[in-house]
Design a protein around this ligand. Structure first.
Ligand SMILES: Cc1cc2nc3c(=O)[nH]c(=O)nc-3n(C[C@H](O)[C@H](O)[C@H](O)COP(=O)(O)O)c2cc1C
Length: 205
């Protein structure tokens, strides 16, 4: 396991990987707190800190959440005309990923302290600022996980079924689910996914 302070930030940035499979070793509660503490150090628009988190560690709650999300996804896949075999494979993997991860962190957006505008264009810009702020917090937690020798995966599933997630976890209505972060000790070493060369994604003026 990597020591907490032995990597420079730049090392950490290239070492961090999306890890989707975990050992059954429990994640110490202190480590979970470190991830959350790292998350809330992120920059946020107006320093409004619109991030909210739910720590899901109880197996029964993980199972209920995973099953409810899978059921909802099954409906979408059927509607899309996906064949039954593929649906079964997808749902089995989805159930496993959320029930077998030792810890799930649900990241939400709460617009409570963000600015309010009368027009749609500025409301949208403000909402995007909120989403970006939550994303910055998520990235901080992923980097902290890597620093602690943990693996994590940013999963977008809750975006597709926010009502389901809210209902199962009984979270406030104004918390908008943004992502589930699965966390645990890595059970595999994922290869480095390729990146576009800078020349393709950067314009210098
Ligand atoms: C907004 C966002 C949503 C993502 N959603 C998922 C997801 O639902 N399932 C998944 O396995 N990975 C998800 N990922 C992880 C990406 O697949 C991963 O970051 C990408 O393949 C690059 O790999 P790396 O993180 O190891 O560099 C998501 C990442 C981001 C930023």
């Amino acid at each position: 396991m990597m020591g907490e302070c032995s990597a420079t930030l730049l090392d950490l940035l290239s070492r961090r990987r999306t890890v989707r499979l975990y050992t059954s070793d429990p994640v110490p509660e202190g480590h979970v707190r470190r991830l959350l503490e790292a998350a809330v150090l992120a920059p946020s628009a107006h320093n409004a800190q619109p991030w909210r988190f739910v720590v899901i560690e109880t197996p029964e709650v993980k199972r209920r959440l995973a099953e409810a999300m899978a059921k909802r996804w099954e409906r979408d896949l059927r509607r899309d005309g996906v064949d039954e075999r593929t649906i079964a494979v997808e749902l089995r993997f989805s159930l496993r990923r959320f029930t077998e991860a030792p810890i799930l962190l649900l990241a939400c957006l709460d617009m409570r302290d963000m600015d309010v505008y009368p027009d749609r264009a500025r409301r949208k810009a403000e909402w995007i600022m909120g989403v970006q702020s939550v994303a910055a917090a998520i990235q901080n937690s992923l980097l902290a996980a890597a620093a602690l020798g943990l693996g994590a995966c940013w999963c977008c599933a809750p975006l597709f079924c926010p009502g389901t997630v809210r209902r199962v976890l009984k979270i406030p209505r104004r918390w908008e689910p943004q992502a589930l972060i699965t966390v645990g000790y890595p059970a595999h070493q994922p290869p480095v996914p390729p990146r576009y060369p800078l020349e393709e994604v950067v314009i210098w003026r």
